[in-house]
Design a protein around this ligand. Structure first.
Ligand code: NDP
Length: 290
C-alpha cells in the first residue's frame, strides 16, 4: 500500500509566516506604519479564547500590531457596533476580526456587515462575499483560502478540470470554498445535510473538502482512490488518557489507505487559517496606507 502525500499545513503555514515577517518589515520600513489587526471577542467561549490568543501571538510574531478587545457576554449589540465604528475609523487598525460565534442576543450578520469592507480581513461581509463570487479583488475567508494554498502547493497538476466536492455549505467555509474552487476552474459540487446518496457523490471527487463538524464522518468507502482529501473539521473527542483530542471530519487512518493526498488534524487546515488571516491583514494595510 502506498502512503498518501500528507498536506502539511504546519510546515506550509510556517513558511508563509516567515515570508510575511520579511514583507511586514519591508512595509514598516517603507511606510513607517505597522499593520494592525484588531480582534474582538465577546463572551467566554473556551475554544474562541484559544483561537484569539493564538491569533494575537502570531500577529505579534510576524511584526504586526495586535489589538485585543474582550467584551463581556452581556455586551449590548449597540455597544459592539459602536466599537466596530471606532475601529473602522482608527488609523492604526487595518484589519478587524470579530470572533464567531457571538452570543445569541447579537445579530452576527449586522455586526460583520458593519466592518468596513476594506478592513474585513475575514472576508465575511456581504461586499467581500459578492467580490469573491464575481471574481473581484477583495478579502477571501481565511479557512478556504488556506485550503486553496495547500492545494496549490501540494497538488502538482493544477486544479483545472478536477471535480471538487465540498461537503458543507456554511457561509464561512463551504460556500466560499466552492466559489474559490470554481474560480480555479474546478467542476464543483456542494453537498449538505439534505443531499441524497452522499457517498455516490463524494466518490466522484478528485478533490474532496470535508467541512461539516462531524467526527470521522468521511470513511474510506466514500473516497475515490487517489483523491485529494482536505479535512476542515475540528471536533473534540475523548483521548486515550482522558484528555480531549482534536479529530477531523475524516477518518484519517482508514481514508489514508485510499487517498492520494490528505490533510492531518491537527496540523493541516488549522494553522493555514491563521497564516491567511495575517496575510490578509498585510494586504489590508497595503491598500489603506498611501
Ligand atoms: P456549520 O455547522 O456552520 O456547517 C456545517 C455544514 O455541514 C452545513 O452546511 C451542514 O448542512 C453540513 N452537514 C452537517 N451534517 C451533515 C451530514 N450528516 N451530511 C452532510 N452534510 C452535513 O460548520 P462550519 O462550516 O462552521 O464548520 C465545519 C467544521 O469546520 C467544524 O468542525 C468547524 O469546527 C471546522 N472549522 C475549522 C476551521 C479551521 O480553521 N480549520 C475554521 C472554521 C471551521 P446543512 O447546511 O444542510 O445544515
Amino acid at each position: 500500500m502506498t502512503q498518501p502525500v500528507v498536506l502539511d499545513g504546519k510546515l506550509l503555514s510556517a513558511k508563509i509566516r516567515s515570508d510575511l515577517t520579511g514583507a511586514v518589515a519591508g512595509f514598516v520600513k517603507a511606510k513607517g506604519v505597522k499593520p494592525g489587526l484588531a480582534v474582538v471577542l465577546v463572551g467566554e467561549h473556551p475554544a474562541s479564547q484559544v483561537y484569539v490568543r493564538n491569533k494575537a501571538k502570531q500577529t505579534v510574531e510576524v511584526g504586526m500590531e495586535s489589538f485585543e478587545h474582550k467584551l463581556p457576554e452581556t455586551t449590548p449589540q449597540a455597544d459592539l457596533l459602536a466599537l466596530i465604528d471606532k475601529l473602522n475609523a482608527d488609523r492604526a487598525v487595518h484589519g478587524i476580526l470579530v470572533q464567531l460565534p457571538l452570543p445569541a442576543h447579537i445579530e452576527a450578520g449586522k455586526v460583520i456587515n458593519r466592518i468596513h469592507p476594506d478592513k474585513d480581513v475575514d472576508g465575511f461581509s456581504a461586499v467581500n462575499v459578492g467580490r469573491l463570487s464575481i471574481g473581484m479583488d477583495g478579502f477571501v475567508p481565511c479557512t478556504p483560502l488556506g485550503c486553496l494554498k495547500l492545494l496549490h502547493h501540494y497538488v502538482p497538476n493544477g486544479l483545472a478540470g478536477k471535480h471538487a466536492v465540498v461537503l458543507g455549505r456554511s457561509n464561512i467555509v463551504g460556500k466560499p470554498m466552492a466559489a474559490l474552487l470554481l474560480q480555479n476552474d474546478c467542476t464543483v459540487t456542494i453537498a449538505h445535510s439534505k443531499t441524497k446518496d452522499l457517498a455516490a457523490i463524494t466518490r466522484q471527487a478528485d478533490i474532496l473538502v470535508a467541512a461539516i463538524g462531524r467526527t470521522k464522518f468521511v470513511t474510506a468507502d466514500m473516497v475515490k482512490p487517489g483523491a485529494v482529501v482536505i479535512d476542515v473539521g475540528i471536533n473534540r473527542a475523548a483521548g486515550a488518557n482522558g484528555k480531549d483530542v482534536l479529530v477531523g471530519d475524516v477518518d484519517y487512518a482508514a481514508v489514508s489507505a485510499v487517498a492520494g493526498a490528505i490533510t492531518p488534524v491537527p496540523g493541516g487546515v488549522g494553522p493555514m487559517t491563521i497564516a491567511c488571516l495575517l496575510s490578509n491583514t498585510l494586504d489590508a494595510a497595503m491598500r489603506i496606507v498611501p
